[in-house]
Design a protein around this ligand. Structure first.
Ligand code: HEM
Length: 337
């Protein structure tokens, strides 16, 4: 009897062990594929291929946060870490190379008749303030943005992870907050200079004659020539596109899903690279590219000979408006000291 009891105890014990083991591995039994989601991350690739996306369980209300990986994320990462870097490097380096070649072959556009000793007001204090506000914001936005694209590759190995983290965090704050004065600057510039930037017949002639940059020709122009008008409109388009895509990124999921955010970032990145290249050309022509040009945004006045050489029709308009020697003309045409 005792041995029978003993055998029954063994059988019950063995069944209990089998039951416990079965309970402990239910997921493996229920899994339709050979993938074990709890296995090590070495299987991650296989998991993504079979399930299309990898999701986790979360306790916060925002369901979107449960998506860990999705196929589109990989193509976006490829764009962000490879394609965009190529686009940026080509756009910026090509522009720099073109300007160096242009400078070496053409040189600075000189004041043909020297200085007259008389100046004419080109931009008033408000115009210069808005220009420099927008320009300063642009430079900081560009540097902090380029850090997102190129920083990990170029800067991190140079300055190490600690400094790179601190710099990147500050750069991100600047990128976010300076977007507001930048956007205001673009809007004010749009309104302030639109009248002078409307295309007209004189522009066609200016372009046909190479804008005075090729050879020593000086085609007539009103306050802004066709080249400046092109820069103005490209900047307005660029600024608007950067603001729209930028704010979509800054306030994610307000009317956008992950796909729209990825598209916004692609546009933001590509336009940024072209925009930076455009501004490099703008800075060139306003500084070492043309004698006497920087003064217009620096002091607000330019030499009368400079104005006649580059904007002859504008000088005529100003003279007709104020009279060459009348007291009214003082703010527009004063002797330089
Ligand atoms: C209203 C203006 C702007 C806003 C609201 C804005 C906003 C943003 C946001 C939210 C991001 C994503 C940052 C992140 O991934 O953490 C970004 C990235 C970036 N921004 Fe801007 N931005 C503006 C203007 C500019 C300007 C003027 C430039 C330079 C021309 C610029 C260049 C970049 C670049 C290069 C990136 C990184 C793109 C990438 O690598 O994927 N941004 N911006």
């Amino acid at each position: 009897m005792a041995t029978l009891f003993g055998r029954v105890r063994y059988v019950i014990g063995a069944l209990a062990v089998i039951w416990l083991v079965a309970l402990a591995v239910p997921s493996a039994a229920q899994q339709p594929t050979s993938v074990n989601p709890t296995a090590s991350s070495v299987k991650e690739e296989q998991l993504l291929r079979q399930l299309r996306r990898v999701e986790g369980r979360i306790t916060i209300p925002d369901e979107r946060a449960s998506v860990l990986e999705q196929p589109e994320g990989r193509s976006w990462r490829q764009f962000h870490e490879v394609t965009l870097r190529w686009i940026g490097a080509i756009a910026i380096l090509l522009m720099l190379a073109a300007l160096v070649i242009f400078y070496l072959t053409r040189g600075m556009v000189r004041l043909e008749n020297g200085r007259s000793g008389r100046t004419i007001v080109r931009f008033n204090a408000f115009e210069r303030f808005i220009h420099w506000l927008t320009a300063t914001c642009f430079v900081i936005l560009a540097l902090s943005g380029l850090n997102i694209t190129f920083g990990k590759k170029l800067l991190l190995p140079l300055i190490g992870p600690d400094a790179f983290t601190i710099w990147s965090q500050w750069a991100k704050y600047f990128h976010n907050y300076l977007s507001f004065p930048f956007t205001i600057g673009v809007i004010v510039i749009f309104l302030m200079w639109i009248a002078g930037n409307m295309p007209n017949r004189v522009d066609v002639e200016w372009v046909k004659r190479g804008g005075g940059l090729i050879g020593n020709d000086h085609p007539p122009a009103y306050r802004f020539n066709a080249g400046q008008k092109a820069i103005y409109w490209l900047q307005m388009l660029g600024g608007t596109a950067m603001a729209i895509t930028g704010y979509l990124l800054m306030f994610p999921f307000y009317g956008t899903d992950i796909g729209a955010l990825q598209t916004a970032q692609m546009f933001h990145g590509i336009i940024a690279m072209l925009y930076v290249a455009l501004i490099i050309a703008h800075i060139y022509i306003g500084t070492i590219g043309m004698e006497g040009a920087f003064e217009s945004m620096g002091t607000g006045t330019v030499d009368l000979n400079w104005a006649k050489q580059h904007h002859s029709l504008w000088v005529e308009q100003e003279m007709a408006r104020t009279g060459p020697n009348q007291s009214q003309a003082q703010p527009m045409a004063t002797p330089a000291e």
